[in-house]
Structure formats: structure tokens, C-alpha cells
Design a protein around this ligand. Structure first.
Ligand SMILES: [Zn+2]
Ligand SMILES: [Zn+2]
Length: 460
């Protein structure tokens, strides 16, 4: 029996593990490497295993850094089932199609450039058809229901509280009479997030494969997100300015709608709200469908008029014309993707609002280096958009309470429920984050912890 760490070793993206037990070989996650050119090139590298030899794949959650190479795996010959929770299945469907669209667009753009330079056309990482084939392989497994997937392999999906449908995988493996329990943490959620439940507590495992994205960081506490958001809306309502919110289409947008519904219902405020992202609109449909996995608070709203995400001020835009028509409106809220403002329709809305002193830009998620969102947070007074220089006169706000990831304290608190496992393997984090969490897990909890190296194999 062994686990091989094939991705997300000493980095956050590209989650991918190979597990071998007896005659079974399977993967946990098959995510995309994201970030710069070096990471993107890794997505095109051959897999360190033969996809045709795999029996199945287990998917922890729908985020692209966990699911994004599944279409490529299928293109390379994989044809077994991909197991996920029902909400993850539905989210993965829309996200993989969106990802395929981006891959094809990008290849087309690069091909045009290549041809002009007298070089060959560029192939996309995968196409929409590859994504559809991967989607057809998705099979659902309910939370907390042990599933025997192969001789000697039983898996239980348990709520990770990270995004809708996200799971820890508790594996019970058996080979020639020897039994071993392995727990893959997937991404561990932050407790008390809107809509979704808190991460489940697990107490026993022999091996713990644990993420450490925020292993060296604490979330800044600026008060409740709904209070911060309400204060911004109040100001905008008074001065007639627009409120522009770059937000990830899946998860963050639905949390914002949830908070806005509450603010409008209970604080006497009212502004038209536009969700300007077709992916976000589809993701909201998926959220609406999977109410059985909401937390208690959201669950109570299900039967109420308007439900969890709907309120009279809310509109969804679909076409590019509808999106452009928003340029002429004042006193509105626009939620649009991408979350770091480095692509998508949000860039048009920023171009039309950044220079207005009465406008408000609200940053609600992590902003990577070199993205437009980060530059705005850093206080840049001029930015370039569509080849035009734009002065930044709008108010820039940051709401920090909505992270989907547990921070250092929350990771430690979650791990503290375990009896010390035989071995804890840290993945899905930069080296500095892994080192900080390793030290704390060893000193405070008495764990034996290693930081996985790329391609490292662990015999169980
Ligand atoms: Zn994630
Ligand atoms: Zn992740």
C-alpha cells in the first residue's frame, strides 16, 4: 500500500494523489496547477502514472485546483468512475465546462499569435468535449455513508465545510489482512461561514494528509462581514455611488447574496443588485438545489418567502449587452467575476467606476500578487485597463471575514481532535506555511509531521 503525492507538494495548487492498495490504483483529486507560466506548463506535463491503469478517482471538492485536470485525464485514456458528493458533482460540471471554454479561448489566442510568427498552432489543454466526457464519469456518494469501491477500499465523504459539497475523505484500506486508515483533508473550511456547515470533527486515523494553505497566517478580524458591507451600502445609498464587488463566481457570490438578503431585510437599506457573471448565475442554481447540505441558519430560510438567495432588488444579467447596459446606471451594486479582477466582466465595471470618487470597490477575497485586485488594495492611484490609463478615485474597501480556508489557529483546532496519527503529511501550502504548521503540530499536539516533496511516495 502506498500514497504518492503527485501535486500540491510545497505549493497550493495542482492537488493530485495516487493511492495503491492490492490490485487497486486510484487518484484523490486531479487539480490544475495555477499561478504563473511555470505552473501552467505543469498542466501539460505527462501524468506520473498511466491514466488507463486507474480504477477510479475520488474528488474532494469542485475547485479547479482539485478538479481541473480531470478532462485531461480522460483525454489521456482514463475511463473509470469519478466519485464526489452530489453538490460537488453539479458544481464540477459547470466549473469544468467553464475551464474548457477558457482553455479553448486561450489556445485560439495563442494560435493566432503563433501563426503570425510563423509557428504552429497551439493545442488547448482540453476541449469542451473532453470536459463533457469527464462530467459523464461523475458518480455521487452521499456524506457519511461508507462506500466500498473496490476490494479493500472503503471511503466515507465527510463535510469539510470549505465550499458547498466539499469533503474530507476517510479511507479504510486493507491489504493481506493489514488494515490502515488514511484521511485526506481536502481543503479545510473556516468555521461560521455563511450557508455551509462547519468542518466535521474526526478523531482517529493512522495517516493524515493535511492541507496547510494558511499554516502561517491568521485571518484579520475587522468585525462581521455583514456590518462592514452594510456600512458601505449606507454610504453609497446616501451619495448615489455604485458598489462594485469582484467575487469568485462559485461560493463567494452566493455568500454575498446571502448577506445582502439579510441586510435588505433587516436594516432598512435597499439598492438594486446585479449579478453579472453567467457562471455565478449557474452556480447559484446549484446552491439553490442542494439545500439539504446547508447549515442550520440557511436551512431555516429555505421555507421563507424569497428563500436563501433571492430578494426583490436582485437581477441576473446574461448577455454582453445586458452587462454593458449597467454602465449607465447609478446607485447600484454589481457583483462580477473574476474574484481577483484579472479577467472577466468585472474589468469593464472597474474601468467605468474606478475614476468616480463616489464609487465603492469592495474586495472580499484573497488577492494574489500582480493581480489588479492586489494593486487596488495596495493603493495604486493609476491602473491600466484595456490599454487605457484609469485614475483610481473610488473608495477601496476590504472585507476579510469571508475566507473559505481555515487559518493557522483553525487548522490547529481541527487537528487537535485527532488522537496523534502515526504520520501527518502536509501538502497544499507554500513551504513557509508548511514549516510553521509542522512546528505547531509537533510541539502542541505531539504529532509526527513531514512536509511532502514533489512526487514523494509514502509506504503505508
Ligand atoms: Zn478549495
Ligand atoms: Zn485547494
Amino acid at each position: 500500500m502506498f500514497i504518492q503525492v503527485c501535486g500540491a507538494a510545497r505549493e497550493v495548487t495542482g492537488s493530485n494523489y495516487l493511492v495503491e492498495v492490492g490490485r487497486s490504483r486510484f487518484l484523490v483529486d486531479c487539480g490544475m496547477h495555477q499561478g504563473g507560466q511555470r505552473e501552467e506548463a505543469l498542466n501539460f506535463a505527462p501524468f506520473p502514472y498511466d491514466p488507463r491503469d486507474l480504477d477510479f478517482v475520488l474528488l474532494t471538492h469542485a475547485h479547479i485546483d482539485h478538479s481541473g485536470r480531470l478532462p485531461r485525464l480522460v483525454k489521456a485514456g482514463f475511463s473509470g468512475p469519478i466519485y464526489a458528493t452530489p453538490a460537488t458533482r453539479d458544481l464540477a460540471e459547470i466549473m469544468l465546462l467553464d475551464s474548457a471554454y477558457i482553455q479553448e479561448m486561450e489556445a485560439e489566442w495563442r494560435s493566432r499569435k503563433a501563426k503570425r510568427a510563423g509557428r504552429r498552432a497551439v493545442e488547448p489543454l482540453y476541449t469542451e468535449e473532453d470536459a463533457r466526457r469527464a462530467i459523464r464519469l461523475l458518480k455521487t456518494v452521499a456524506y457519511d455513508d461508507p462506500a466500498n469501491l473496490a476490494p479493500g477500499v472503503t471511503v466515507t465523504f465527510r463535510d469539510a465545510g470549505h465550499i458547498l459539497g466539499s469533503a474530507f475523505l476517510a479511507l479504510e484500506l486493507e491489504e493481506r489482512g493489514a488494515k490502515v486508515r488514511v484521511l485526506f483533508s481536502g481543503d479545510v473550511g473556516q468555521p461560521d461561514q455563511p450557508i455551509i456547515r462547519d468542518p466535521e470533527i474526526v478523531e482517529e486515523t493512522d495517516y493524515l494528509v493535511m492541507e496547510c494553505t494558511y499554516g502561517d497566517r491568521l485571518h484579520v478580524d475587522n468585525g462581521k462581514p455583514e456590518d462592514q458591507l452594510a456600512a458601505i451600502l449606507e454610504e453609497a445609498e446616501r451619495t448615489g455611488g455604485n458598489v462594485i464587488i469582484p467575487a469568485f463566481a462559485v461560493g463567494r457570490t452566493q455568500e454575498l447574496l446571502y448577506l445582502l438578503r439579510d441586510i435588505f431585510a433587516n436594516r432598512g437599506l435597499s439598492m438594486p443588485v446585479y449579478v453579472d457573471s453567467p457562471l455565478a448565475t449557474r452556480a447559484t442554481e446549484v446552491f439553490r438545489k442542494h439545500r439539504d447540505v446547508y447549515d442550520e441558519e440557511a436551512g431555516r430560510l429555505v421555507g421563507e418567502p424569497g428563500g436563501v438567495f433571492d430578494f426583490p432588488q436582485l437581477r441576473y444579467t446574461e448577455t454582453a449587452e445586458e452587462s454593458r447596459a449597467l454602465n449607465d446606471k447609478r446607485g447600484i451594486v454589481i457583483i462580477s467575476a473574476s474574484g481577483m479582477a484579472d479577467a472577466g466582466r468585472i474589468r469593464h465595471h472597474l474601468k467605468h467606476n474606478l475614476w468616480r470618487p463616489e464609487a465603492h470597490i469592495v474586495i472580499v477575497g484573497f488577492q494574489a500578487r500582480n493581480t489588479l485586485g492586489r494593486r487596488l488594495l495596495d493603493g495604486d492611484k493609476r491602473v491600466r485597463l484595456f490599454g487605457e490609463e484609469i485614475a483610481v478615485r473610488a473608495h477601496i474597501h476590504e472585507i476579510t471575514g469571508l475566507s473559505a480556508h481555515a487559518d493557522q489557529n483553525q487548522l490547529l483546532a481541527w487537528a487537535a481532535h485527532f488522537l496523534p496519527p502515526k504520520l501527518t503529511i502536509l501538502t497544499h501550502g507554500e513551504l513557509s506555511a508548511a514549516l510553521a504548521l509542522q512546528k505547531l503540530l509537533e510541539e502542541r499536539l505531539g504529532f509526527h509531521v513531514v512536509i511532502a516533496e514533489p512526487e514523494e511516495v509514502f509506504e503505508l
